[in-house]
Design a protein around this ligand. Structure first.
Ligand code: G3P
Ligand code: CA
Length: 377
């Protein structure tokens, strides 16, 4: 399907707001003009903000992403003990905060089983928001991203609410609508401990006026059940994240044998399209690596997803050699920058509809080069 027609079809696939499994007040969406970023544009999604340049999931990281030109900011969300959504990639926070240096929280260190895996550390669900606000974010990859450690200790763990406020302020200041692309992390796990993520997510979106059709919002998850539920109650586009291996944990927990490979078969994609508007695949599912780690040939995934009416936003594009195919690395150091723009040009050429990137400025440049090439062709 031509790009324009496909996107129009996909983005027109809004659902009627009907409260079903989720609790909380039902909110009738007021009629409003769509104010999303141009749906025909290829999207640059600031992964965890601008995680290549600032400690991830901090307001500073999100702000920089917007200023670099990202269309969407990508918060991953988990819950505090008092049911507030905060932005972290994991509920275990020793890798991205200074919690280990707080003696008053030493006795909170514990072991949990998250999605079937034993994890030891400190967990957001064991902290109230007030307690969590005493911590400071640190760089996840201090060796690879040494410059980012300049900012260690400066920033709090933000609430989703604060990110939505920042989005609004920056949209006003920059004169363009900046979107949010929110991922719920470990939804089955959080359901199991009585801290379901979807209700506070919908409440936060409602409060920010972002729960209506046309709002600049995507919601995404590696699980399926929560997306199916959200599809019944919210009018914003949903994205099914998929991985080269493994299975959605909600299906594992339910004894359902389907895995991610099943989800991305043509039949699986048709099923996904019944509740979602796009897929977010690992980039290696779009263009796999060869045995020598060089970039291979594209799979049929983009075409298959488009045939099912789904947009495709692969993750995660990063500038450093260690994340690039062998033939696009420059120099010997794994944390030196390689030819990330060339990598992204190869991916844009497959027909993808957006990129999750830790380096939104690189994403903006590669998109512009690709669009120039397309226009000249
Ligand atoms: O949500 C897209 C991408 O962020 C998925 O991977 O692990 O970085 O959340 P992750
Ligand atoms: Ca994510």
């Amino acid at each position: 399907m031509p790009r324009t027609h496909r996107r129009t079809a996909v983005l027109a696939a809004a659902v009627v707001a009907v409260p079903l499994l989720l609790t909380g007040p039902a909110t009738a969406a007021p009629p409003q003009e769509p104010d999303r970023p141009d749906a025909e544009e290829l999207l640059v999604i600031g992964h965890r903000g601008a995680a290549g340049y600032r400690p991830e999931h901090t307001l500073a990281s999100y702000e920089l992403a917007a200023r670099m030109g990202a269309d969407y900011l990508e918060p991953d969300v988990v819950s505090t003990a008092d049911g507030v959504l905060v932005t972290r990639h994991e509920n275990e926070i020793s890798g991205t905060t200074d919690v280990a240096r707080h003696p008053e929280f030493a006795d909170r260190r514990t072991t949990e089983v998250v999605d079937g895996v034993e994890v030891t550390g400190w967990f957001t669900e064991d902290f109230t928001l007030a307690e969590l606000e005493t911590l400071r974010a640190v760089e996840r990859l201090p060796e690879a991203r040494e410059e980012n450690t300049l900012y260690d200790g400066l920033y709090r763990v933000p609430t989703l609410d604060e990110v939505l406020e920042l989005r609004e302020e920056l949209s006003r200041e920059l004169g363009r609508e900046i979107g949010v692309y929110v991922e719920t992390k470990h939804p089955t796990y959080f359901d199991g401990i009585g801290l379901s993520l979807e209700e506070p997510l919908l409440a936060d979106l409602d409060e920010a006026g972002l729960d209506h059709e046309g709002a600049p919002v995507f919601l995404q998850s590696f699980e399926t059940t929560n997306l199916r539920q959200l599809d019944e109650v919210v009018d914003v586009p949903l994205v099914q994240l998929v991985s080269p291996t493994g299975a959605p944990y909600d299906l594992v927990a339910a004894g359902d044998p389907r895995n991610y490979a099943d989800l991305v078969s043509p039949e699986g994609l048709a099923e996904v399209a019944a509740y979602a508007d796009g897929i977010g695949p690992d980039k290696n599912m779009v263009i796999p690596r060869e045995a020598d780690d060089t970039l291979g040939e594209p799979t049929s995934l983009v075409d298959d997803a488009h045939d099912a009416g789904l947009v495709v936003h692969p993750y995660t594009f990063r500038n450093e050699n260690t994340f690039l195919p062998a033939d696009l690395r420059e120099g010997a150091a794994p944390d030196d920058y390689g030819r990330a723009i060339d990598e992204q040009l190869a991916f844009w050429a497959t027909g993808i509809d957006g990129v999750f990137t830790d380096n939104p400025d690189t994403g903006v440049v590669s998109r512009e080069l690709f669009e120039d090439e397309e226009a000249a062709a």
